[in-house]
Design a protein around this ligand. Structure first.
Ligand code: FES
Length: 152
């Protein structure tokens, strides 16, 4: 190997090392969120499922901790709980899928007061601007208690 070839090789090796020093952390930064396991935890929603009446949804509140920058704050959310009278339960988020207002049960439908959106008991859009049905929340039942699963 002559001197010219040695310098070419050394220059290429230094360039590759400098590229790796920049690229490896950058790639790690970009793909880390996709590889991070989502940590879920259960939050109690109802103490006693026997209070559910078929066709009469209950609004229940639960608290999640939300990280906003360096701050960790409690956030109160609402869920709409519907019992089928045979032990089956459906839980919807009360957040309207149009612009995020809170929907409420009005006798025969869920009603969103912001733009007159309406949903049926299955969470499907009946009328108004909401583009999608209400979001179903994963939940579990232990004894007579109802829990929702939230991201920790
Ligand atoms: S936010 Fe509910 S209809 Fe617009």
């Amino acid at each position: 190997m002559n001197r010219r070839r040695l310098l070419e090789f050394a220059t290429a090796a230094i360039g590759a090392a400098m590229s790796a020093v920049i690229a490896v952390p950058l790639i790690g930064y970009l793909i880390a969120p996709a590889l991070r396991a989502v940590d879920k935890r259960k939050v109690k929603l109802l103490d006693d499922l026997r209070q559910l009446k078929p066709g009469a949804p209950l609004t229940a509140e639960y608290v999640v901790q939300r990280k906003d920058g360096w701050m960790l704050a409690d956030e109160v959310r609402q869920a709409l709980v519907i019992g089928d009278g045979r032990g089956g339960v459906t839980v919807f988020s009360s957040i309207c899928t149009h612009a995020g207002c809170s929907v409420e049960w009005k006798g025969t439908q869920f009603f969103c007061p912001c733009h007159d959106g309406r949903f049926d008991l299955n969470g499907s859009v009946v009328s108004g601007p909401p583009p999608r049905p209400l979001v179903r929340l994963p939940h579990s039942i232990e004894g007579n208690r109802l829990y929702v699963e939230v991201e920790a």
